[in-house]
Design a protein around this ligand. Structure first.
Ligand SMILES: Cc1cc2nc3c(=O)[nH]c(=O)nc-3n(C[C@H](O)[C@H](O)[C@H](O)COP(=O)(O)OP(=O)(O)OC[C@H]3O[C@@H](n4cnc5c(N)ncnc54)[C@H](O)[C@@H]3O)c2cc1C
Length: 417
């Protein structure tokens, strides 16, 4: 009898792929099931930032009072249309409770550990597996039009340095245009995080797919998991669109859709889909050198070797896949206000995806309270690309009962029981 243990990973986004990859490395016989194609969810068209700079969560003291008035503006980056959705209302209420200094710093510490570990794991992965994903080390630049907002960021920059040794360099006034000549004149300034990097997400996913298969994993696309069938405190089998399957271990990595398996998990995951958009086009004539976030609009741009991407906005509209042209227009408007060169009319792809937004800014990684052979890896929010490797490695360590390479407690599902 073989003593190789089998694992089914559900979901072929970056978190599922990374989990499958590290499980293969740990000696598991892995089958990854994906409803559509690898990278059909949020992992495909995101901005590609590998960003240790993003340690701070959204939940911060004062954020609700600051954000509320903007909800009534038509062109605000955050949109929460009024509709009957008790799950979302509960999530929003729980979110407001996270907005204390203590909760914010707890989340920041957990996020920083995942981000820092993922940065080194990515470097190893890209090098060892020869991954062609347009990896670029040029940092990330936060750009401000308002001098007040630019000066106001100093406090966060100092906190990041003090608590997590994350370096940010200030480029006031004209200095920011000297650093990034593609910007229009007249910006108030920018903060540059030199240690951040960026990639082309679809190429990264293709790299994961190849690496999993080379390490003996099986990838099955067009297989939808419908139910996890429990027997006692175990998931005995998985009912799919292609029949029933069983394995020693199940990993649930279905991103924003993970809460639908609450019965098998044994608790409700407070994760909401936060819809974001992107436009991908051919490189600009005056292509920026550095990825940038236009802070007042929360719009991000990514210069790729093979193109140019503008992304962002956050819509809480439930599990709605439609692409709202007004949100795409906001991306164009913001680019027009910041970049010298207008965006071309022709785009290669208009895209929307659901960020899996956990209520406390920390992902949910760990054994399910209701099933001892089920591990959940979901809720990586706005930093799922930047935290995927450490998430996947933790999954493999928990599954193999190895000492985790970082403290896994902050991500445990026991916080929801
Ligand atoms: C506009 C935008 C920009 C972003 N920019 C960045 C960035 O620069 N850096 C960063 O770190 N993060 C970024 N993010 C966030 C990042 O994209 C997500 O956190 C990440 O992709 C989540 O990965 P995931 O694998 O958990 O989920 P997903 O990528 O959504 O993968 C889940 C997969 O599960 C599959 N699935 C679901 N249900 C089933 C089922 N029942 N059976 C089988 N398969 C199923 C889906 O088809 C999907 O492929 C951005 C997000 C958006 C929207």
């Amino acid at each position: 009898m073989s003593d190789v243990r089998s694992a089914i990973v559900i979901g072929g986004g970056l978190v599922g792929c990374s989990s499958a990859y590290y499980l293969c490395r740990a000696g598991w016989k892995v089958t990854l099931l994906e409803r559509q194609r690898i990278g059909s969810g949020a992992s495909h068209g995101n901005c590609g930032y590998v960003c240790p700079s993003h340690a701070m969560p959204l939940s911060a003291p004062g954020v609700v009072a600051y954000t509320l008035p903007s909800l009534f503006k038509r062109d605000a980056p955050l949109s929460i249309p009024a509709r009957f959705d008790p799950g979302l209302w509960k999530w929003l209420l729980q979110f407001t409770r996270q907005c204390s200094t203590d909760r914010m710093m707890h989340a920041a510490t957990g996020r920083n550990a995942l981000l820092a570990s993922s940065m080194s794991l990515y470097r190893e992965f890209v090098d060892e597996e020869s991954i062609e994903c347009e990896w670029t080390d040029r940092g990330l630049l936060l750009v401000y039009k308002s001098a007040n907002d630019f000066d106001g960021y100093k406090e966060t920059a100092e906190l990041l340095k003090r608590e997590f040794e994350i370096e940010a360099v200030a480029y006031p006034g004209k200095a920011v245009k000297d650093l990034e000549p593609s910007l229009k004149s007249g910006m108030a300034g920018g903060w540059h995080f030199p240690a951040d990097a960026h990639v082309r997400p679809d190429k990264l996913l293709a790299g994961f797919k190849r690496a999993i298969e080379q390490r003996g994993g099986e990838i099955r696309e067009d297989v939808e998991v419908r139910t996890l069938l429990r027997d006692g405190n175990q998931v005995a089998s998985v009912a799919t669109s292609q029949g029933s399957l069983a394995a020693d271990l199940l990993v649930l990595a279905t991103g924003a859709e993970a809460p639908q398996f609450a019965d098998a998990i044994g608790c409700r995951l407070p994760i909401q889909p936060g819809k974001g958009y992107s436009l991908t086009m051919q490189p600009l004539q005056k292509q920026p050198k550095i990825p940038m976030i236009f802070e007042e609009h929360h719009v991000a741009v990514t210069p790729l070797d093979s193109g140019f991407r503008v992304g962002s906005t956050m819509e809480f509209t439930g599990y709605d896949r439609s692409i709202n042209p007004k949100r795409l227009a906001l991306l164009r408007k913001s680019a027009a206000e910041h970049l010298e060169e207008p965006l071309p009319e022709a785009v290669d792809e208009e895209w929307a995806g659901w960020r899996p937004m956990s209520v406390d800014g920390l992902p949910c990684i760990g054994q399910a309270p209701g099933a001892s052979n089920l591990i959940v890896a979901a809720g990586n929010g706005m930093i799922g690309l930047a935290t995927a490797p450490a998430t996947g490695k933790l999954v493999a360590e928990i599954a193999s009962e190895h000492t985790p390479h970082i403290d896994a407690t902050p991500y445990s599902l026991t916080r929801f029981v």
